[in-house]
Write a protein of this length. Structure first.
Length: 347
């Protein structure tokens, strides 16, 4: 089992500066590298303060100079917002800057609020078409001269400048959920990243079965890798109630996600209040007790037991999703416990 860190700059009010958040993110990434994590993943989001990353390539390019071993993953770029030539060139430049440590994750996108502002109101649900055209074009551009005449993009003979350092090109990861997306990713030789969100480990089992089904449909493709991403918090084993602040923080995170995803109100200076607790009276998965069981929240031993189960399912990489609305110090303390008391169990 490999471990990675999934992280953004989180801003919940205007009392913390963007510069401080940037320095906090850098510190967490360096701590993860020192603790033996294989990759850091930073996604793409626009005009929302609670997940700040208008271009992961910029942050990852900076982190390339602040680290030496950890791989640097865009996790993920939103396909409809990128021309294939730009995506290929920026990812390859990151690979050059980092000495061959780039990873490229691609997703169709989820927030209609972003599509309304960056894609002329294109339905977010239509983003899959863009993903399936972008990825092969990007891979062809890394390989050499390539002209593209697709349904979405058309361009004459072009190539990625610069080229990736990695001889086989930059590893590509696809955010997948339904069987068709798993099958398409595997058929293209791409790795797969999944998140069970607020569902329990039965959802992890279901997602791994979809991945295995895609492998069975593509027997001639070398097995790609599978990553599971999950909100994670490790508390002191001597504190029986140490899980509660984390579960309540994740509840706040998901209620904020709901407010942005619902796209029912205009943000103010990049902020939206979390959807009210009353909205989820009939949604037990939002309750702290439920999130304690579904998110990866627990003592080191509890976390080890669950990750070992994921390992038994064939998961190659567990990604520690550190975004959760908690303070930087709380995040740092949890990550250090994970490094000191969980990681050694898998070495």
């Amino acid at each position: 089992m490999r471990f990675s860190l999934f992280v953004h700059m989180e801003r919940w009010d205007d009392q913390v500066s963007h510069r401080e958040l940037f320095e906090n993110l850098t510190e967490l990434v360096q701590l993860a590298e020192q603790g033996g994590f294989g990759t850091v993943w930073i996604g793409e989001h626009h005009a929302m303060e609670y997940t700040i990353s208008p271009n992961p390539m910029v942050l990852l390019g900076y982190l390339a100079g602040q680290t030496s071993t950890i791989r640097l993953g865009a996790g993920t770029i939103i396909a409809p917002f990128w021309n294939p030539i730009r995506a290929a060139g920026e990812a390859a430049l990151l690979d050059v800057i980092s000495g061959g440590r780039a990873e490229m994750g691609v997703a169709r996108g989820a927030y209609q609020v972003e599509f309304d502002r960056l894609a002329d109101g294109l339905a977010a649900s239509d983003g899959g078409r863009y993903l399936r055209e972008l990825v092969p074009a990007m891979q062809q551009l890394w390989a050499g001269d390539y002209a593209h005449d697709g349904d979405i993009w058309q361009f004459p003979t072009s190539t990625s400048v610069p080229k990736p350092i990695q001889s086989d090109g930059i590893p590509v990861w696809i955010a997948a959920r339904d069987p068709d997306s798993h099958n398409w990713a595997v058929s293209q030789g791409c790795n797969v990243m999944v998140t069970p969100l607020m569902k329990g480990d039965e959802e992890v089992l279901d997602l791994t079965r979809k991945f295995e089904g895609a492998l069975a449909k593509n027997p001639d493709v070398e097995r790609p890798e599978l990553m599971v991403l999950r909100h994670t918090f490790v508390h002191d084993a001597d504190d029986p109630d140490g899980w509660r602040p984390a579960a309540e923080a994740v509840n706040r995170f998901y209620r904020t996600f709901d407010a942005w995803f619902g796209n029912k109100q205009a943000p103010t200076e990049g902020f939206l209040d979390p959807s009210p607790e009353s909205k989820f009276a009939e949604r037990p998965e939002f309750e702290a007790d439920s999130l304690h069981q579904t998110a990866m929240i627990g003592t080191p031993e509890e976390v080890i037991e669950r990750i070992r189960y994921y390992e038994s399912l064939g998961v190659d990489e567990y990604s520690y999703w550190i975004d959760n609305s908690m303070s930087h110090q709380e995040k740092k303390d949890s990550l250090q416990r994970f490094i000191d008391e969980v990681v050694p169990a898998f070495r």
